[in-house]
Design a protein around this ligand. Structure first.
Ligand code: NAG
Ligand code: NAG
Ligand code: NAG
Ligand code: NAG
Length: 480
């Protein structure tokens, strides 16, 4: 079907959403989802108006020395470098654990890869220095209060956190959200070793690619590492969609590349990406992908931007075409198309003997407190404790999308390490930035009178939850 793409498109209001809803006769569940999406789109409007200094031309990609392959000598996680063990839960089944029992080892491999692994010895995994504990799903566990071990750094000690995420600076009254440590049910996580991480990155590039949630994880990684680097030998610069943190003495960079859909879209401008009518261009991954080439460790995410409705508009021609060739796809099919493009790009451009690719699953939001037994009309605002119900799963974390990821990645010829952070983050209704962040426009008296109405229940305070995502990345990088 051919649809002209008008520039003065009507804003995605809840009324237009509900009328399209009536047309398609969808369930109340989707209705709740849609109201959440309206809320998300409000939040994304102010996303990235901030930060990281001046804009410049995108840096030409410079050739880098070839990556070294990590030795596979150290046998397993030694007791000296593991987090405190929670002895009473060691080896225990997750409470009520039938729903989430699929203990994926994190690396989703194709059946051929598994076969060759079995017959031809262990495949060499770049950067691995040991193996994770047999049969342990590090993503299945619980939050343990541990004031002695968390937070890993202070907010005031990390100057790289964007004002969108500095909650203490913006008046958050409680601090407990920083004191939780993730404890897998049947093993312990290796302790995050910043020295090892930095030494490993010597002469290398690590890059996070995706949306503002991935940027939060990126900044968390820099906060976890930067104190080892003296002033004057580290810097952070932004070049259009690319932000580069450089550790000069290590000849290493940790980078973030803004591409909320991974594919080309009309939301790609790193500063002005508030668009009411979103289009994603099919088969366009190389547009951004050329900036990811030569990277040694890639960490992708993409999710929330696909969720602006029950369908996604896919552009088949180019954005320059006068009459746009647009097809409307279900969100699952559109997301599958995006995931397939990603896998093809990885197969074509990444050397599985020298590089690693990670994919972070969907980051949950907490926009409706009724889902965890709260009062109607409330959301993450004023939440100070994690959700205790081990089976809690917010409706905005679409299981069908999880299924799509699993299907597409399991057919990949190269291993993509899956960071399945959705469940553990779902418990953390207390970890969002809420109202404690830089507000980009003055608040109205109505808003001030009702903080729930402008609370950000999408992004996460730093230090906080996203440090754990990087601890899991660390675990899977060195002990896959
Ligand atoms: C550091 O990286 C640059 C390219 O980014 C390369 O030209 C140079 O040889 C590297 N130096 C060392 C000591 O590895
Ligand atoms: C951290 O890694 C470094 C470099 O590999 C190593 O020398 C050090 O012993 C490690 N620290 C801990 C606590 O394991
Ligand atoms: C926030 O929570 C505290 C204690 O749980 C309560 O006393 C207070 O009224 C709540 N504030 C709002 C605005 O809901
Ligand atoms: C991720 O974890 C959830 C909950 O633990 C599970 O239901 C889901 O199947 C996992 N996803 C994949 C792709 O393994």
């Amino acid at each position: 079907m051919k649809t002209p793409l008008s520039s003065s498109s009507s804003p995605a209001s809840s009324s237009s959403l509900s009328s399209s809803l009536r047309k398609t006769r969808l369930s109340p569940y989707l209705f709740a989802l849609l109201s959440f999406i309206v809320f998300v789109s409000i939040l994304y409007g102010e996303d990235l108006v901030c930060i990281f200094g001046q804009q410049r031309q995108l840096r030409p990609t410079s050739p880098r020395p070839g990556p070294r392959t990590g030795e596979l000598t150290r046998p397993s996680i030694s007791s000296s470098n593991v987090e405190k063990t929670d002895s009473e839960t060691r080896g225990a089944r997750p409470a009520g654990g039938t729903i989430y029992e699929a203990a994926v080892d994190g690396v989703l491999r194709s059946s051929e890869q598994r076969k060759s692994g079995a017959s031809g010895g262990e495949p060499v995994i770049p950067f691995a220095i040991g193996r994770g504990e047999e049969g342990c799903d590090v993503f299945s566990g619980r939050w343990v209060r541990d004031e002695s071990a968390r937070p890993s750094y202070e907010e005031s000690e990390c100057p790289y956190i964007q004002p969108q995420l500095t909650c203490q600076e913006h008046g958050r009254p409680d601090k407990d959200y920083r004191n939780w440590r993730w404890q897998p049910h049947s093993c312990s996580l290796p302790r995050f070793n910043a020295t090892l991480m930095l030494e490993t990155l010597r002469g290398k590039r690590m890059m996070y690619v995706g949306d503002s949630l991935n940027r939060g994880q990126y900044v968390s990684m820099i906060c976890l590492l930067h104190s080892l680097i003296p002033e004057g030998s580290k810097s952070m610069e932004t070049f259009d969609s690319l932000t580069v943190f450089t550790a000069k003495d290590y000849n290493a960079t940790i980078e973030f590349y803004w591409a909320p859909f991974l594919l080309e879209s009309n939301s790609d401008n790193a500063v002005i990406h508030r668009v009411t009518d979103r289009f994603v261009r099919k088969g366009s991954i190389n547009k951004h992908g050329r900036h990811w080439k030569g990277v040694d460790i890639l960490v992708f995410n993409t999710y929330l931007w696909w969720m602006s409705g029950v369908t996604v508009k896919i552009l088949k021609g180019s954005f320059e075409d006068e009459v746009k060739d647009v097809v409307v796809m279900s969100t699952d099919d559109a997301y599958r198309m995006g995931m397939k493009s990603l896998v093809r790009w990885v197969q074509k451009n990444m050397d599985p003997k020298k590089t690693r690719v990670f994919f972070t699953s969907m980051s949950p939001t907490h926009g409706n407190s009724e889902e965890w037994g709260g009062e109607p009309g409330d959301n993450c605002y004023n939440q100070t404790t994690p959700i205790k119900d081990p089976n809690y799963w917010g409706s905005d974390s679409r299981k069908s999308i999880m299924q799509v990821i699993s299907e597409v990645f399991s057919k990949s010829k190269v291993a993509i390490t899956f960071l399945n952070i959705t469940q553990l983050s779902n418990y953390r209704k207390d970890a969002h930035t809420m109202i404690y962040k830089k507000q980009w426009s003055p608040l109205t008296p109505e808003q001030l009178a009702n903080p729930v109405s402008y609370a950000d229940c999408v992004h996460w305070c730093l230090p906080g939850l996203q440090d754990t995502w990087n601890e899991l990345l660390f675990a899977k990088l060195f002990y896959p």
